[in-house]
Ligand binder design. Structure first.
Ligand SMILES: Cc1ncc(C[n+]2csc(CCOP(=O)(O)OP(=O)(O)O)c2C)c(N)n1
Length: 322
């Protein structure tokens, strides 16, 4: 079994992998090498890694349009992810899905999703499946503050509560839904208070502190495994980039002072400081992990670029279920 230090350093490595993957994806997108759209997860790494580190491989998650972080945290292969972003036939969806349609059932990642809020009923269904299967698997749904205003959020939470389903609803509250601020569009300050309406526990944690997220997730997961039903866990976080990297977007409406809050609450720097204070790692060890991660992401890009594009005659292949 891995030691406590190994486990924490693995969490650090995952966070750096997500950061580096998305920084490089943003660069490649603006160089014109990635078609479609990319929603960067930069700044939100502690949420995906805090929650997924408390899960087992066989637990299931559903993700969002901003899904690279969840997918990496759950253990997907970054080479196949990068190939999918580049639209190559070696990608997770044979290059036909792109950034917002990556799934890897082998690690319990049921899919990113271009439809805001659509992952919540899917995770609720996965939790129902887990309940029917017996055992103690759980499901997690990641979604944004904007999605918590959707009907899918309320329907899923209600049913999950009534049937005591083993699902954890993880709201990544980055304060914005595309160009709309949470302040202008949410009826509440903390999304977690909405749990009261569904008679389930709701918590708000600092989503830039991976250990705080991990501990809260662990409690919610244990509750679900014990058959006590769902939890709503809100993680307050910051989105460093604009809503998406798509070309021709309107300018970011956020004031610069607000954009600056992200790097001022850098979850990776925070975690590195915590690990250093606990004597778990030195600057050299962090540097080594950062270098190894950069090399792995570079290699994923080389792999993607060397992979073939899908053939026109295969356009209808893998599109319909057999
Ligand atoms: C059902 C639906 N409505 C609207 C959109 C357009 N849209 C894409 S992302 C987004 C904002 C989502 O905000 P949030 O849920 O807070 O997630 P974040 O982007 O902040 O991670 C919107 C409105 C969509 N894709 N699907």
């Amino acid at each position: 079994m891995a030691s406590e230090s190994d486990r924490l350093l693995e969490m650090y490595r995952k966070m750096v992998t997500i950061r580096t993957f998305d920084q490089r994806a943003v660069e490649e997108f603006h160089a014109g090498n990635i078609p479609g759209v990319v929603h960067a997860y930069i700044g939100e790494e502690a949420v995906a890694v805090g929650v997924c580190s408390a899960l087992r491989r066989e637990d299931r998650i559903t993700s969002t349009h901003r899904g690279h972080g969840h997918t990496i945290a759950k253990g997907a292969d970054i080479r196949l992810m990068m190939s999918e972003l580049f639209g190559r036939s070696n990608g997770y969806c044979h290059g036909k899905g792109g950034s917002m349609h990556i799934a890897d059932f082998s690690v319990g990642m049921l899919g990113a999703n271009g439809i805001v809020g659509a992952g919540m009923p899917l995770a609720t269904g996965a939790a129902l499946a887990a309940q029917l299967e017996g055992g103690d698997r759980v499901a997690v749904s990641f979604f944004g503050d904007g999605a918590s205003n959707e009907g899918a959020f309320h329907g899923s939470m209600n049913l999950a509560s009534v049937w005591k389903l083993p699902v954890i609803f993880v709201c990544e509250n980055n304060g914005w839904a595309s160009g709309n601020s949470a302040a202008a569009t949410l009826s509440v300050e903390d999304v977690s208070v909405r749990a009261t309406s569904y008679n389930i526990p709701g918590f708000t944690v600092d989503g830039t502190d991976v250990l705080a997220v991990y501990e809260a997730a662990q409690q919610a997961i244990q509750r679900a495994r014990d058959g006590q039903g769902p939890t709503l866990l809100e993680c307050k976080t910051y989105r460093w980039r604009g809503h998406s990297e798509s070309r021709g977007n309107p300018p970011d409406p956020r004031p610069q002072s607000e954009i600056d809050l992200g790097p001022a609450h850098d979850p990776i720097a925070t975690f590195a400081a915590q690990l250093t204070a606990r004597g778990i790692a030195t600057a050299d060890q962090f540097r080594q992990i950062n270098d190894e991660t950069a090399a792995a992401v570079d290699e994923a890009i080389v792999f993607a670029k060397a992979s073939p594009l899908p053939k026109p005659e295969d356009a209808l292949l893998h599109v319909f279920a057999p």
